[in-house]
Write a protein that binds this ligand. Structure first.
Ligand code: ZN
Length: 148
């Protein structure tokens, strides 16, 4: 009995440890206009979820910057229609819009950025999309985000 109990305690503490380590993801954006994953699953036990974005490409930020924008999937077409370089690299070419849940600046070669998400902004069952708002990129640089 004592052995079973200690095994149980070990399993519980082990599972807590693995849950805690899932509150972040390393996301690479490369020179082939690809994200290193096209699905991000946020565990609802996480209060915050961190996306560590890195641009592993070699082209200058003005030529092929990469960023992450997060929106509802239903708002994707609208938001891509308002992308305009006049909004600036620091704003990911996007104006302030309440349909943008999160966005980062564009990153140049080897630049990194940690985007910290508030899990409360996501609803289970809702389809979200993460995408790069650089001109010509979002058609291939996109993936789904879900709260699970
Ligand atoms: Zn990009």
């Amino acid at each position: 009995m004592k052995k079973i109990l200690s095994t149980l305690i070990f399993l519980i503490s082990f599972s807590n440890l693995s849950l805690a380590s899932e509150c972040k993801i390393n996301l690479e954006a490369n020179g082939m206009m690809q994200f290193s994953t096209n699905t991000i699953s946020i565990d609802s036990s996480c209060e915050k979820f961190t996306i560590n974005l890195k641009n592993t490409g070699t082209l200058d930020v003005n030529l092929a910057g990469h960023n992450v924008v997060i929106s509802k999937k239903a708002d994707f077409n609208y938001l891509t229609s308002i992308v305009n370089p006049s909004n600036g690299i620091g704003n990911g070419y996007l104006p302030d819009d309440k349909k943008v849940i999160y966005k980062t600046k564009f990153l140049g070669p080897n630049e990194t950025f940690s985007l910290i998400l508030d899990t409360n902004k996501f609803v289970k069952g809702q389809e979200y999309i993460f995408w790069c708002s650089f001109l010509g990129h979002w058609g291939v640089m996109n993936g789904t985000i879900t709260l699970s």
